[in-house]
Design a protein around this ligand. Structure first.
Ligand SMILES: Nc1ncnc2c1ncn2[C@@H]1O[C@H](COP(=O)(O)OP(=O)(O)OP(=O)(O)O)[C@@H](O)[C@H]1O
Ligand SMILES: [Mg+2]
Length: 216
């Protein structure tokens, strides 16, 4: 009975990757889950379908692909009412669709890559969130997090501080750039099922990120 949107109009920051991992994480905790894929490329829905068809255990999430504001505004309440958690994978570029998502979601998570350009672009997502919060009396709850960060870079250290200036909570967990995460699409898995140290490290990060987000 709760919806979590991963939004940021900036492309390639890790929205679909986070959405797919979040749905698997919630499912593994015993929750009923739905994915609403609002991204025209449909990468998260294709990935989740592939994982579901690969599975020996029964992973049967509801998957909707909705590319219009009307579908989001009119369709979401029913899907949300039928599942413990509904995850919405936001689109790149299309502000109107993101605006509709933010009018319905309970929680918005904004992945931001630690580059100057991406941080500046995050202001667009923050602006839409604040508009929705103003219309909806403070909803959706929202937080930013650093995504695809390269270990040991100065930029990463500075980025966290800059994000604080947007006036929204910044999650303390950072999702680092790792080849295993990039491989999850073609492997038709998430890092939670993958073997080896990089996958375990990444799984630990996603686990910590989602624990933080759910507690907001
Ligand atoms: N932590 C990570 N480490 C390595 N690669 C990653 C990581 N997160 C995402 N990627 C890769 O970066 C690319 C973009 O990620 P993703 O598709 O999740 O971003 P997106 O925000 O959904 O993009 P779009 O805005 O185009 O929908 C993909 O190839 C993905 O595999
Ligand atoms: Mg995407």
């Amino acid at each position: 009975m709760s919806s979590i949107a991963i939004v940021n109009q900036k492309g390639g920051c890790g929205k679909s990757t986070a959405a797919g991992h979040l749905i698997r994480w919630l499912y593994s905790k015993g929750h009923s889950v739905a994915l609403v894929d609002a991204d025209a490329q449909q990468s998260s829905s294709m990935w989740i379908h592939a994982i579901a068809s690969n599975e020996s255990e029964k992973f049967t999430p509801t998957v909707e692909v909705w590319g219009t504001s009307d579908e989001i505004l009119e369709g979401l309440p029913e899907v949300v009412s039928q599942h413990d958690f509904t995850i919405i994978d936001g689109p790149a570029g299309i502000s109107e669709l993101t605006r509709a998502i933010l009018l319905r979601a309970d929680l918005a998570l904004v992945p931001v890559q630690p580059t100057g350009f991406d941080i500046r672009s995050a202001a667009d997502a923050v602006r839409l969130i604040k508009q929705a919060q103003s219309v909806r009396g403070g909803m959706p709850k929202a937080a930013l997090f650093l995504s695809r960060a390269v270990k040991g870079t100065k930029l990463k250290e500075e980025a966290g501080e800059v994000l604080e200036e947007f006036g929204l909570p910044v999650l303390s967990t950072i999702i680092h750039q790792r080849q295993v995460v990039a491989d999850t699409y073609t492997q038709e898995l998430t890092v939670f099922e993958m073997k080896g140290r990089p996958a375990t490290d990444s799984a630990r990060e996603f686990n910590a990120l989602f624990e933080e987000a759910i507690a907001l």
